[in-house]
Design a protein around this ligand. Structure first.
Ligand code: DX5
Ligand code: ZN
Length: 220
């Protein structure tokens, strides 16, 4: 699959969220980080804000739920119209059932792994998923440094996906910028979340296109 860029609005100006979303028309997705101050030590936004964004933007929304009990909360984001809903496996009580519910509500089902969570135990679950998110920082905050230690896991995840039929997208999130995106693409990632790199740039949309170009070159 051609590389896709999903700018994380966590690094945007929340007082001007609509305009910030409009500033990246080249984005394939808009990445929305939902944090509950329990699963991660930070609090961001929830369903009402996502519903407002869905009315405002035409770019599909990629919800990354960093919350406890996603079994209870995640299906509502799919029902609201998010194109992709990703839960953390560390927080899910019944990840297979949850992935099926997200798909039943019409969204792509994503499952996220924190940096220290191995991918191998979930190999048999891949057919239940549309996307696997390998976190390249500890979830909770934008602007952290990319964890190089996760690169071999990206590679192993790509191998497992290839072995399972190859339909699952492989997303990376955290510290992705012009230096690290090529490393991730070369290791097999194909969906790239970038927050501070995009919204900290003088021209965010140009940065989206630049990142995509680097990823295309590295994955070719
Ligand atoms: C962190 C979030 C990320 C964050 C990435 O927990 O999941 O989506 O916004 O920000 P950068 O790209 O600045 O590392
Ligand atoms: Zn995220």
């Amino acid at each position: 699959m051609a590389p896709q860029i999903s700018p994380s609005i966590l690094s945007s100006d929340f007082a001007a969220l609509g305009a910030e979303c409009d500033s990246v028309p080249s984005a394939d997705w808009l990445h929305v980080d939902v944090m509950d101050n329990h699963f991660v030590p930070n609090l961001t936004l929830g369903l009402p804000v996502v519903e407002s964004l869905l009315r405002h933007v035409s770019t599909p929304i990629d919800c990354h739920l960093m919350i406890e009990d996603p079994d209870r909360w995640a299906p509502a984001y799919a029902e609201a119209g998010a194109g992709s809903v990703t839960f953390h496996v560390e927080a899910a009580h019944a990840p297979i059932r949850l992935a099926r519910e997200i798909r039943n509500q019409g969204a792509r089902a994503g499952m996220a792994l924190k940096p220290a969570t191995p991918v191998e135990p979930y190999a048999d679950m891949l057919p239940e998923l549309d996307m696997l998110l390998v976190m390249t920082v500890e979830p909770g905050f934008g602007g952290q440094k990319f964890l190089d230690i996760v690169v071999p896991k990206i590679r192993r995840a790509r191998e497992l996906i290839a072995g399972s039929g190859g339909e699952v997208w492989l997303q990376v999130d955290g510290g992705v910028d012009v230096r690290t995106i090529g490393i991730c693409a070369e290791a097999g990632a194909d969906v790239f979340v970038a927050g501070s790199a995009v919204f900290g740039a003088a021209d965010p949309d140009r940065m989206v296109r630049e990142l995509r170009g680097i990823a295309e070159e590295a994955s070719a």
